[in-house]
Design a protein around this ligand. Structure first.
Ligand SMILES: *Cc1c(COP(=O)(O)O)cnc(C)c1O
Length: 402
């Protein structure tokens, strides 16, 4: 039997479609698919034979990329996985949760989710009479008592590491508590990627990604994905919801994700190394008040991150000594890092959560979650490490005298 290939080899390998012998995956830019006869079309329409019909239902380019994503996220599993690419990370979350939840049900989650997800749960799902219960998911006892106190909780939805303070949640522990209570477990694995963390192995039923971030890696497309074991009973309804709401990915964005995946391990290794170096530099700088990076032994989640991730990721945040004014001035003073509200690109990006991603979150909620006016979030890129550290040094020292 052939030996199982390493994760990075699978990332780099081409995927092919039976429709073409091109070495590199072609973009099938076609809204519909032709049949040789009406009889052949009837076989596909009635489900007797597999085949492509219409772009919103599926496309060979998209299917090839889905197969690769399923292989990577399910890398440690014996069972096969399935993936469904969607138009964005938000539509992946929306499509998955809509397939599971009914009026009267509740979702158990954390207060420090991606902002769009919090809004989706409170506004869109709230209007459908689906309740959102937020607790500190790093505390197993609060998870247990929430589940005991609300028998309508049907789904545990979580993110780890969290944005922007990089707190980590022990997936294995709380997934097992949720499963004991008959809950579906869904994890947003955008920050870690399957290269660093595999929630399906740790007990999750479904993983979603904003592939817009690390999986694409180059900041040139928006897409998302839902991944779970092929045997999940929810798949027919998930696919139906995607098809009927038109939350499908387009072939070009799927192709860009595939192009990005080829270098995921290389990019991630370099980005993790750079993040570690930058975190250590900031941690020792007298004008920096606090650094949030799970790779630092002083970070509250260091041990959990070490246990469930193969490296600590490339996201970090830090508080400069001073107020909002000093944080903004440091950001404006950066030459290499760009100010942009995304993450996971090959170049370093900074964001000021207080005035951007968390602008619509109440100040006291922000402060309770460690989001202060002097906090800067960094998505660390693949630049030369010394150049990067020097950029932050000059920006900080220009503003705050040591
Ligand atoms: C960006 C992001 C999303 C939303 O993804 P889009 O592709 O922008 O729709 C969801 N979760 C996390 C953690 C994200 O960073």
């Amino acid at each position: 039997m052939k030996e199982k290939l390493q994760f990075s080899t699978l990332c780099t390998s081409e995927v092919h479609t039976t429709e073409s012998s091109a070495h590199i995956l072609p973009i099938h830019a076609s809204s519909s698919f032709r049949f040789d006869s009406v009889e052949a079309s009837i076989e596909v329409f009635t489900g007797k034979k597999e085949g492509y019909v219409y772009g919103r239902y599926g496309n060979p380019t998209i299917k090839a990329v889905e197969s690769k994503l399923a292989t990577l996220e399910g890398y440690d599993l014996e069972e096969p996985c399935r993936a469904l690419l969607t138009s964005s990370g938000m539509s992946a979350i929306h499509t998955l949760l809509l397939s599971q939840l009914r009026p009267g049900d509740a979702v158990l989650t954390q207060g420090n989710l991606y902002g769009g997800t919090t809004e989706l749960l409170l506004k869109t799902f709230g209007s459908l009479d689906i309740e959102t219960i937020m607790v500190d998911l790093s505390n197993a006892e609060s998870v247990r008592s929430a589940l005991i106190g609300h028998n309508n909780i049907k789904c545990l939805y979580l993110e780890t590491p969290t944005n922007p303070t990089l707190d980590c949640i022990d997936i294995k522990t709380i997934a097992s508590i949720a499963k004991e209570n008959g809950c579906l477990v869904a994890v947003d694995n955008t920050f870690a990627t399957p290269y660093l963390q595999r929630p399906l192995t740790l007990g999750a039923d479904f993983v979603i990604h904003s592939t817009t971030k690390y999986l694409n890696g180059h900041g040139n497309g928006i897409a998302g994905v839902i991944i779970g074991r092929s045997s999940e009973v929810l798949w027919p309804i998930i696919w139906q919801n995607m098809k009927l709401a038109g939350t499908n990915c387009n072939p070009f964005d799927a192709w860009l994700v595939h192009n990005g995946l080829k270098t995921l391990p290389l990019r991630m290794d370099r980005q993790c190394q750079n993040a570690k170096a930058l975190a250590q530099f900031l941690d020792h700088h007298p004008s920096v008040a606090k650094v949030n990076y799970p790779g630092l032994a002083t970070h509250a989640s260091h041990q959990i991150a070490k246990d469930q991730m193969t490296d600590f990721g490339a996201m970090l945040s830090f508080e400069v000594k001073g107020e909002e004014k000093e944080a903004l001035a440091v950001m404006n003073g950066l030459d290499i890092a760009s100010i942009a509200p995304t993450l996971g690109d090959v170049d370093t990006l900074v964001l000021h959560p207080w005035t951007s991603s968390h602008l619509n979150v109440d100040n006291d909620v922000c402060l309770k979650n460690g989001i202060t006016p002097n906090l800067i979030r960094v998505s660390v890129g693949i630049e030369d490490q010394d150049d990067l550290v020097q950029d932050f040094r000059q920006a900080i020292e220009k503003v705050i005298s040591v």
